[in-house]
Write a new protein. Sequence first.
Length: 724
Amino acid sequence: MRVQDLLGRMTVEEKVGQLMQLPAHFGDYTDKLEEWHIGSFLHCTGDNAVNLQRRAAETRLGIPLIFGIDAIHGHCFDNDSTVFPTQLSASSSWDKDLMYRMARITAKETRASGLHWTFSPVLCVARDARWGRVNETYGEDPWLIGELAAETIKGYQGPQGYDGESILACAKHYVAYGETLGGRDSYECDTSRRKLLSLFLPPFEKAVKEANVASLMTGYHAIDGIPCTVDKWLLTDVAKTQWGLDGFVVTDWENVRSLHTKQYVCADEKEACLRSLLAGNDMMMSTPEFYPLTLELIAEGRVDMSVVDEAVARVLKKKFELGLFDEMRFFAPDRSSTMGIQSHLNVSLEASLKSMVLLQNNGILPIDPNRTRKVLLIGPNADDVIAQLGDWSFGSMQAGATNDTYHRDQTVTVLQALRNAAQSYPFALEYIKGADCVDDGFSEIVQIEAAAATADLVIACVGDTLAQNGEFHDRADLTLSGQQQAMLEAVKRANAPLVVAFIASKPLTIPWIAENADALICGFNPGPFGGEAVKQVLFGEYNPGGKLTVSFPVHVGQIPVYYNKYTGWHAQNSARLNGEERYIDMPKDPLFSFGYGLSYSTFNYLSAQVQSDVIEPMQDVVVMVTLENDSDRDGTEIVQVYLRDLYSSVTTPIKRLCGFERVELAAGERREIRITIPFEQLALIDANLNKVVEAGEFHVMVGASSRDEALVTLPIRVTHDTAL
Ligand code: BGC
């Protein structure tokens, strides 16, 4: 009602302006607010937001601005905010409720800086560790991504509509952006509609249908030759018509211009504006020429006003829902009682703890304080705020980031945490940084070897840093960079027990560590309290329970290593390979697989069964597992259920995740867990692009990780073909 009324009073210029989103952090675009009737700015910080909003209120119709920002693991561009572990790191918790709570906090803090919309969550599927943006994802499994993303979106958008503590979410990058060739960011993606429907669209579908996400962001890349920006099937037919997106589509940065300047599918920028609009983009991020060129297109009769009206209506609807036309226009929760308050920081620590994945332990952990007199701490990431917090933590463009600027006060590095621990435990701590991740002017090998020779334990914090990940930073070589490896080898030469804390944006190839370290803890970018979390795991103050959501390759040439792979590789019959499907010069399995992670408790799967092994159409599959914590420590196990369709009309993966439960079991406790797999999850996309459950045998596999040896197989039979 109010949208239509307002639309009826708007000029053509005012309408086109509503479709514009321009940067507030550089250039002189904010000067254009009135002249171009701009509807949205991104990356607006400090007082800028309220000042611009005041100016917008004074325009002819007083249409409020909507401000977007990349608050992707906390409202990190604001130095007072609560930073969380990166999406990849936090996903290792497999904790949906935690996702929700982190998003609620981010929403409230974002709103406290006068902003209304986050470009989060990222629903890209991480299938190639060379890609620079793996850190932004929830890992490699499409179904898990959907589960975690839905909770995140609900958290941002709030339980009852947009109160003053909720923001719009944006599911991005639509779609299959993680599938570009060679892990090359924004490059061409060669995939089929069937694969889109099977793997890449489902998380977005869940975001729209189940979590009612307020916006989608169009990916930079092209799929099978068609840039997402001009793909009407994706933007309009699927997202808006089929799924019923109750929100709007925003392009990524300069997508419209790039159709002409980078992808060369439009001979000029005017054609780029025309095609972007007609495909279903409702807001154009950072293409200033969209304003004059679209006005020309309208004047020339090449764009029907109904197309513009529909896009404007979608944007205005969200502004109304946010209350920006009413009492919420200038509302912002009080900063001092909101930003970075203790209760929020506590959730960040909880996330860091739950994100820790113990990948290896020969019994050295937890550290026995009575037998440890001297601890040597080494490595580039032992005292590095930037590596600990990860990408998108340091303001727009992150140019000014140093270890002493953003979020320094909040952050507890491993060095700080161990220094504190040395006050209460009887060990002496020596710290030698040693190698850098990127700079190899490292000259402390001799000192490290000497110090290691007299240490009871060496803790090495290795990995990568900001300059090695993120947009524009794909890597061809995933080995430990700089002299990190040489530094670890020096410890080995000294025969010192070695515990590695892996603080990195994503999986790297670390077979030497797997072979030589006594223990390995993976935190990825574990957030401001990552150092504290590492310390708590080391000393057994916290019993780790995280599990990987992404597989670690042994070597870069082993990629792809995602667990949901196919059979049929011509390696099978080779006697030399013992019937294993693998490269002749590479092991079959990844170094560490999806779903893997250890605990200080021992979990036994005492029994596993399905409630019924004959499944009628629309009947759910119920899996029952008896789990026992056979140890004297309380602990967390993430029980996983996978599915394999044995014979089907199209090839299907050897297994795919279809259920899980994060179970906290007290020492000695035994419990029956029931996991329900909705019938719909047995479906595949057939050759005609229909979603069907095909009759026949399936294997339900239940256990501790995606590795075959960790799973018990339970056969079931579906009685009839069922179209969904
Ligand atoms: C990224 C998006 C981000 C946008 C705005 C782009 O370069 O791909 O993920 O939301 O910039 O900062």
